[in-house]
Ligand binder design. Structure first.
Ligand SMILES: [Zn+2]
Length: 988
């Protein structure tokens, strides 16, 4: 009985949705950039619950100060405009005085950010009852470059601008702050909006315009655009008319209302007949002279998008579709019901892509109004799947960069074989191969900025396009139209989509769910091919996702003989092939799945090494090509003072998509030393599917040998190293804080030559084994990032431990920064007085780099330009000094401040340090120096010019007889600009 009751209440929770009908009167003041309005909302409680409060959005307050969730998200995404803006750029909504059913009502702002509040209902709102909520409101518009609401001069982008009830659904209230990412969740209802503004503004808005004379005026403008020839751009604002007009818009079945006003707008107009109902929809476009030439085709893009989306998903339910040209910083375009705003495009393909994508949101967001904050894939992912389909239908020849033109470089790098649709695969695979992917079904705030695109848009779209390829268009479209019909003007959740996905696939569609809800990867693999009486038996394996895959037979020209889908299978399955004469079998030949490793997808019918793809050599680098084993090569040149000019060849297998094993070898020949030199490395990247603790483990074995210490002296070093980096998993990946463990074992063999006389060369060789162990804490905050390193250096003759903290403080919108650094280190023991093992106040130079971890073209030079290179570390003094070096303890602090100006790569620095005075004759006191510096790449390539220095250093300079040019030093940290390392350091 109890069980029955529990069951009853669980299924008794029937779908409901609230309804809000709005009347808004608003006037624009285009001198003060403000809106003065009054809003009346009929809030109808269709829920089974009695409501005592209504959560209200006050969106414009997201722009009210630099502590709002929007401000914090902008900073997190590296956008500092708002953070460093003056008060004239901020925005707010004020003068709110709620009345509910005519009675004054209070709000409760405790524990809510500035941009939402709880409206306390004076009287409880019972199921089925209506509350009339009214208030005046006054909006100061922010600078439109901050996000999406605002003004740019007298161009107005009026979005998310009025007081608005949050959604209350079966999961409760969904009050949320305005954010740039994961914007919408709103109640359906009926809108009547009356906008008053100077009469020479062109206004485009959600809803149907009721003013006949205004419609006639717009249509007349559209006619003049047809005959107008673009001559020169005029982007200045004409003066505002003295008279005003009031425009009325009405619309039902929408959940938001946006409007755009600009006196400069040209207008275009067209129409489209819908494929299913035959109804006609009017298309409007409004644009400035900025990209007018491109926008003259915008009506074609609008109507084509409406037609295709209607055909595939169900007819467009409204009477107009509109696109306006706008300066928005947040993304290329933005959707609102019936109207979209499009940023600067640059070319026709991009403009068409953005317009069609944003128009598509009328289906996936507008009509199917899912909760984008919580499940952004339901609108962005499903919409991007339609985008991929649209672009392939209308632009099948576009290459991966969205261009018709394959440059010589693209052909050379064999990038021309990839089509536009492969873009999404590479976006997904770039992070998935590094274990930095995230499940598309996460909350919008849990994604890293890159993954918001790579997972929510790209991977989710790939999943739906994969499904369509498998089911065929008819079954897929029937399912999507059924979803649309059932859920239109409602709020579907993921569990409401799955039945339609299953309808399309004809099975449980677990593989689609896995693609959306997990980070499981797909890897289809050919195990073996056996000849049988009737043909062949092909055994294939699915690792991870158990989905369907195509099997294609090719002849020796690479032409398709036959192709069929293997339905979803678990682990191993055997496919009988009745074809007898074919050259090769390939899985996923059309690249329709999300197969993360396509290198194991092919087998030849005969021969040896049947699974191995033909070997290909390619210059420099390229995208991975599953049909070939590609080795990249490039001639290289190098230089150091001993080997002189070096020439050689770099051979590697590294491409943007990380492989499990990656190698690079670079044999070289030094023309001064007549010696072979070079480097070699092999790296193993552990592919961890689902470890809770480990994000990545990279292990590298490397070797290097080069000459050192003067031509003709036979000096050289050979170094072997085994090194690992372990990244502890961040959960979620968007966390700023990350923990890393590094270790390295390095064997260095060094040969030094001395020439006591012209005839005699004495060489000595020493071998050393070094250990290195470090813990690193990184905080990736964009405005105040820091990292902390605690490290041990181990050797049979000494052990030392050191701690280094580096922080960066962004000071202005140009990201000019203050850098602070603290260092402390001490020896635990030492049995040697080798000065190279000391902590040095002036950082690590060539001689100090005993593990040979860095590149020093003039490693042991005592004078000349190359002797003035160092790589920071220890005391990190920029002036050269032997003062303060110690095999005891040392502390130091460093500061650098960049000039605040955008185009001036100049700054000032200061260093101060102190080391153990014990046992040192004439022990220096506190050492210091300061000066100015220039940078090419901040923190990586910099040049330092000392200006002042402390007394001990002054005496040393005098004693050594150094002139000023010898005090100038530079940092080049070659390790940081190594492209092989840089590409893997791109944040997930
Ligand atoms: Zn979108």
């Amino acid at each position: 009985m109890l069980l029955l009751i529990a069951w009853d209440s669980a299924i008794g929770q029937e779908y409901f949705q609230q309804e809000v009908n709005y009347t808004i009167n608003v006037a624009l003041d285009d001198r003060k950039h403000t809106l003065d309005g009054f809003i009346r909302m009929a809030y109808i409680n269709h829920s089974p619950d009695v409501l005592y409060e209504v959560h209200m959005h006050h969106w414009p307050n997201a722009y009210s100060n630099v502590e709002t969730p929007l401000a914090r998200q902008l900073v997190k995404h590296g956008k500092f405009l708002f953070q460093f803006s003056g008060p004239e750029n901020t925005g707010s909504i004020r003068n709110i005085q709620y009345k509910v059913n005519g009675v004054d009502a209070q709000t409760d702002d405790t524990d809510t950010p500035a941009d939402y509040t709880k409206l306390i209902l004076p009287e409880a709102l019972r199921p089925g009852d209506t509350a009339i909520i009214e208030t005046p409101f006054f909006v100061s518009l922010p600078d439109a470059e901050i996000s999406r609401l605002g003004h740019s001069g007298q161009a107005y982008y009026i979005t998310q601008w009025y007081p608005k009830p949050a959604v209350y659904d079966s999961r409760g209230w969904h009050a949320m702050s305005y954010l740039n990412q994961g914007e919408f969740y709103a109640n359906f209802g009926y809108f009547e909006v009356n906008i008053t503004l100077p009469s020479n503004y062109v206004v485009m808005a959600t809803g149907e315009l009721q003013n006949e004379d205004e419609l006639e005026w717009l249509t007349e403008k559209a006619r003049s655009t047809e005959s107008w020839q673009t001559t020169h751009k005029n982007m200045s604002f004409p003066p505002s008319a003295q008279t005003t007009k009031t425009l009325t818009y009405k619309q039902g079945n929408i959940h938001d209302f946006a409007w755009f006003a600009d006196k400069r707008y040209r207008v275009a107009k067209g129409d489209v007949v819908l494929p299913h109902s035959g109804r006609t929809v009017t298309a409007w476009a409004a644009f400035t002279d900025n990209e007018a030439k491109l926008w003259q085709s915008s009506i074609d893009y609008l109507t084509r998008a409406v037609y295709n989306y209607s055909l595939w998903n169900g007819d467009y339910p409204y009477n107009h579709v509109t696109a306006v040209d706008g300066v928005i910083s947040a993304g290329a375009g933005m959707e609102y019901p019936m109207i979209t705003v499009i940023g600067e495009s640059g070319n026709a393909v991009d403009l068409e892509t953005v317009i069609m994508h944003e128009v598509g949101h009328n289906w996936f967001y507008g009509v199917l109004a899912s909760n984008e904050r919580r499940f952004p894939w339901m609108d962005e992912g499903m919409n991007t799947a339609n985008e991929m389909r649209y672009m392939e239908k209308h632009h099948p020849h576009l290459n991966i960069f969205g261009s018709r033109h394959n440059s010589w470089l693209m052909r050379w790098l064999q990038l021309d074989r990839y089509r536009l649709r492969d873009q999404n695969y590479f976006l997904y695979a770039f992070n998935a191969r590094r274990n930095l992917d995230q499940a598309p079904c996460l909350h919008s705030e849990d994604f890293t900025p890159l993954n918001y695109g790579a997972m929510v848009y790209a991977k989710a779209a790939l999943a739906f396009e994969y499904l369509r390829a498998y089911t065929g268009d008819d079954a897929y479209d029937a399912a999507m139209q059924a979803y649309f019909d059932h859920w239109k003007f409602k709020h579907p959740y993921p569990e409401d989509v799955w039945p339609y996905v299953q309808q399309a696939s004809g099975d449980d569609a677990q593989w689609v769910k896995d693609l959306i809800c997990t980070t499981k990867k797909s890897d289809y693999k050919i195990k073996y091919l056996k000849r049988t009486d009737s043909g062949f038996d092909l055994t294939i394996k699915a690792k991870g996702i158990e989905g369907p895959v195509t099997c294609t037979a090719l002849n020796d020209k690479g032409e398709v003989l036959d192709q069929a889908w293997v339905p979803p299978f678990g682990r191993d399955t055997t496919v009988q092939i009745s074809l007898r004469n074919f050259h090769r079998l390939v899985l996923d030949h059309d690249r329709r799945t999300t197969d993360i490793n396509r290198k194991n997808n092919s087998i030849r019918s005969s021969g040896i090494l049947r699974k191995m793809e033909p070997l290909r050599f390619q210059w420099l680098a390229g995208m991975e090509d599953p049909s070939r084993t590609t080795l990249y090569y490039t001639p290289t040149l190098g230089y150091n003072t001993t080997d002189g000019l070096m020439a050689g060849l770099l051979l590697h297998n590294v491409s943007p998509l990380q492989k499990m094993f990656e190698f690079r070898v670079m044999p070289m020949f030094g023309f001064a030393s007549n010696e072979f030199t070079g480097t070699a490395a092999i790296q193993h990247n552990l592919r961890i599917q689902s470890s809770r603790w480990i994000e990545n483990l990279r292990t590298e074995m490397s070797a290097a040998t080069f000459g050192t210490g003067g031509a003709g002296l036979g000096g050289s070093f050979t170094r072997y190293e085994l090194a690992s980096q372990l990244d502890i998993r961040r959960n979620p990946l968007s966390r700023n804080l990350s923990h890393h463990v590094h270790y390295a074992v390095t064997h260095v063999s060094e040969t030094f030559g001395i020439r006591p006389s012209d005839e005699l060369l004495v060489t000595t060789t020493s071998n050393n084994l070094y250990g290195f162990l470090a813990y690193e804490l990184r905080n990736r905050l964009t405005i105040r990032p820091y990292h902390l390193m605690a490290a041990f250096d181990l050797h049979e003759d000494f052990n030392r431990v050191w701690l280094e903290w580096n922080g960066k403080f962004v000071m202005n919108r140009h990201k000019r920064s203050l850098f602070l650094r603290f260092f402390g280190g001490t020896f635990l023991h030492h049995d040697t007085n080798m000065p190279r093992y000391n902590f040095r106040m002036d950082g690590i130079n060539g001689a100090q780099d005993f593990r040979y971890s860095h590149v020093f073209p003039g490693r042991f030079e005592n004078n000349g330009l190359l002797s003035q290179q160092f790589v920071g570390g220890h005391g990190n003094f920029k002036i050269p000094t032997a003062n303060g070096q110690t095999n005891s303890w040392m502390v130091a602090a460093n500061a650098k401040m960049q000039s605040p100006f955008k185009f001036l790569p100049l700054g000032i620095y200061a260093d101060v340090g102190f080391s153990d005075p014990q046992g040192l004759p004439n022990a220096p006191g506190i050492l210091a120096n300061a000066g100015i510096y220039l940078w090419l790449i901040p923190e990586i390539v910099e040049v330092y010019f000392p200006v002042i220095w402390s007394e001990d250093i002054r005496r040393e300079i005098e004693t050594r007889g150094l002139n000023y040019s010898q005090l100038i030093r530079f940092m080049i940290n070659f390790n940081e600009i190594n492209p092989f390392k840089a590409i893997r350091r791109i944040p997930g």
